[in-house]
Design a protein. Structure first.
Length: 208
């Protein structure tokens, strides 16, 4: 299975995928390209170190969002991937891409959807919301991307304890280490092995 990984920042989820492919946790999968909207994203360094092609394409480089959308989809299409993985990608996915890649785009969100998700909940804001509400358990969700924000069919979730004295940064790191970096590679492996299907808008996982 060929995948494209879309990034905007540090790329720790990308690194988890690279490592999982290297250590066999993810079967029969290769990363064809890493696409970033931020030329300074450390994720591009990680791709280069792993010998993976990294490209940068940003809405800022285009006169309109429509121009960007068209160029982004054309560039992605040229890699002929089976799955697009959004790993901290902070750009709204073009609607035409959602339709064209139906159930072929997955995202990682740092909460147990439907809590603390949707517009305005990204990055540290997710964990600030969880601490503000005083939840005792949070976690991460890997889901298919549909036209909404964090609303697509849920593939995997993993819970993480919120501890006394947690700051948003400390909680974010725990959610990444104990949830994101585990369920994202696992979801990719399940998809690569044909274990995932969507029936009536709900994900069914067959086999281990
Ligand atoms: C992670 O916290 C992820 O939950 C969110 O964006 C962040 C990406 O981090 N979607 P990284 O670039 O993978 O380190």
């Amino acid at each position: 299975m060929k995948i494209a990984v879309c990034v905007s920042g540090g790329g720790t989820n990308l690194q988890a995928i690279i490592d999982a492919i290297d250590n066999g946790t993810i079967h029969n999968t290769e990363i064809a390209v890493v696409i970033s909207n931020n030329k300074n994203a450390y994720a591009l360094e990680r791709a280069a170190k792993a010998g993976i092609e990294g490209i940068c394409i940003s809405p800022k480089d285009f006169s309109s969002r429509e121009e960007f959308n068209k160029a982004f989809v054309e560039k992605l299409d040229s890699y002929n991937v089976d799955l697009v993985v959004l790993a901290g990608f902070l750009v709204v996915i073009p609607p035409e891409m959602i339709r064209k890649y139906e159930y072929k785009i997955i995202n990682i969100h740092p909460s147990l959807i439907p809590s603390f998700c949707g517009t305005g909940y990204y990055g540290l804001k997710v964990h600030e919301g969880a601490l503000e509400r005083g939840v005792k358990v949070t976690g991460a969700t890997c889901h298919f991307v549909d036209e909404g924000t964090d609303t697509g069919p849920i593939i995997l979730q993993k819970a993480v304890e919120v501890l006394e004295g947690d700051t948003p940064e400390v909680l974010q790191r725990r959610v990444m280490e104990q949830a994101e970096w585990i369920i994202m590679p696992r979801a990719i492996d399940l998809i690569a092995r044909g274990c995932v299907s969507v029936v009536d808008g709900k994900v069914q996982i067959k086999g281990e």
